[in-house]
Structures are given as structure tokens and as C-alpha cells.
Design a protein around this ligand. Sequence first.
Ligand code: ZN
Length: 390
Amino acid sequence: MGPLRHLRGLNIVDVVQGETRKASVTVSSGRIAALDEPPPENAEILDLDGCWATPSFVDMHAHVTFEPRIHDGAITFAFDEPAELGALRAVQNLTEALRNGICLVRDAGGRQSHLAAAKRYLGTGHLLLPDLVTSGEPLCRPDGHGSVFGQHLSPSRGIGQLVEEHAASGHEWLKIMNGPELWHEPELAEIVSSAHHAGLLTAVHAFTPEGIRAAVRAGATTVEHGMVADPELIAEAKERSTAFVPTAYCSWISLRPRFTRTQPTSEVAILDYWYRYLDECRPPHLADGLPVLPGTDAGCAPCTFDDYVDELIRFERWGTDPLEVLRNATIRAAQRLGRAELFGSIDVGKWANLIVTERDPTAGTTALRHPALVLYKGSGVVNTLGERWP
Ligand SMILES: [Zn+2]
């Protein structure tokens, strides 16, 4: 996977230590073979004097088999086509992810058949695409949000059986919809603990105070779309190490007219409520140091993987130091997905996934918008270096 390369003159964003330093990077067979060692014989030498290298990003919330694009002003939020089409969409969407410097994606829900077909493609090893962690079909309330592509409990299929089957299908996460329609708190707690018992991690979709409170109390691994303001709940979330994926840029872009004019008034009212609630929770949530991890909601119209850096910029505008934003976007997210051994930082033995920029990303994440070079598993997937590329 890619030749032996030696990248010289870089400033590395060390997200593990939380600092930047000068280092050279040697890449071999797609992995980082050495840091700050002399170039091996036969290595291609790449002079990147004064450039910056950031570890590639992790997207905590996407729907890779969905179609997020707007055609002629009309929204196509498609999830109901033949599985083969869903799989091709996953390839298309993940190609965009790669171009945006994303190396690892958690899919937050899609049709089982589509995801299985997508995984067959990715599993061939012929496609150079970000690694994918999946949540399968979300567990929904009867007729609740997400029901059109979700799964349900029934008298013949209780939670114990559902989570066993879900885990056996190769999913690592169970997504549980808890809003606008809510589970009773004890029901949600039972679902979450059954999932954990089956070895699954849990992502609870919640954007109202009641929904988020129940998610935190149930012990959800991550809360999707929500943040918390209530001091008692903040303390509980801290104790349980709950992580939050606010998908904040998504909540902003979803209120732009080019999308809202395609939506029924009832849906726009929900989007408007969500945006305002998130905005209200944000100051106490961040002041107390609760984690926020970036997620685009790519695939769920109108969001795409092109929004990733916008999510980082949003976190930064909230007053979070850019280096902390980058640690959340890389190592902390990779840890949360159980992938930190190979992803999330520029360290020996990990995949050579890095984003090279002319400007310092720790001075402002906008520096990451148009990278000079993106390496994924050692291959240049974005490259505007021109003559500097050997
Ligand atoms: Zn979503």
C-alpha cells in the first residue's frame, strides 16, 4: 500500500500529548514506520518545510447509504432503493469523506441490507475508503422518528433477542431513537443495558431535555444531537463518561431556506426547536468540560461530509481552543470507537492518515479547509503539492 516515503520539515499536531512539535514522518506499507529518524535508503523524500500535519478526522455521525443531495431545489432523502444502490451511495459518500480528510466513520443508522452490501464492497479491499463502524437499523418507537428505516420491538422479538441478532449482524453500536417520541425511562434503561450486555455500544438520538436526561441516566455511550445544561445531569454525564455528538453545523444548515422550503411546517418547527435548545445548553455544557465530538450527519439531507471542517469551526467559535477541537476530532473520537490502536494520531505503528496544510491548524481550524495533501493509509488522496510531490 504505497511506496516508502519520508516527509520532512513538518510541524506535527500531537493530539495525544496536546502539543505541536517538529518531526519527520516515515511511511511504509501505509503505516507510520518512524518519527524523526533519518530517511531510509530508497525512500521518496518529500520536502514539506513549514507545513503542518494533523491526524485525519473521525466522523462520529453519518448515514453513508443515504442520498444527501438536493437536486433542482428538491430534497432526495432516499433510503428505500435496492440495496446495491445504497451500497454505491456509501462508496460515493465515503469518497467525499476521504477528500475531506476523514479516515474513520461511524454510520449512525441505515437499512440492514444496504449496509451489508456496502460492507461487502469495503471488505473486498479493492477500494481505498475510510474505515466504517456501523449501528445498523435504529431501534424506534412504534411509528416513531426513523421508523421508515428502523427496527422495532414486538411480542415475538423482545429486546434480548433483538440485541443478540443486531450484534451477530456485525454492528458494534445500537442506535436508539428517543425523540420526539420518547421511551419510558425504565424502558430506555433496559434497552441500553441489554445492548451493553450483548457487547454493543449505544448511541441515543435525543434533542429534548427529557430525551437527553433519560439517555444520560440510562448510561448511553453517546448522546446524538443533544447537550446538557442542568448541573445535576452534567455531573451524572461526567461520572458516566457520556460523550456528546451535537451535530451542531447540521442543526444550523438544516434551517437554511434551501432546505426548509422542502420540508413540512411540523418538521421545520422541530428543527427550529432543536437549534435553539442546543444553543441554550451549549455554554453550561462546555463550561463544565463535557466532551463534544464532531459528527456531520452526512447522508441525512442537507448534510454531507463536506461539512466536517464547518463543525470544527463551530466548536472553535464556541470558545474551545483549536488544539482541543482537534483532539476531539481525532484521538478522542477514535478512542470512543475503539479504534485508537490504528487511528486518531500520528504515531509509529498507526495508519499513515494525515492532513498536511500550509497554515497552522492549532491557530485556527479554517487552516484545514483546503489541505495541500491528504494521506490515507499512506496514499495521497488529495494532493495540490505540484512540483513538491516526488
Ligand atoms: Zn443522523
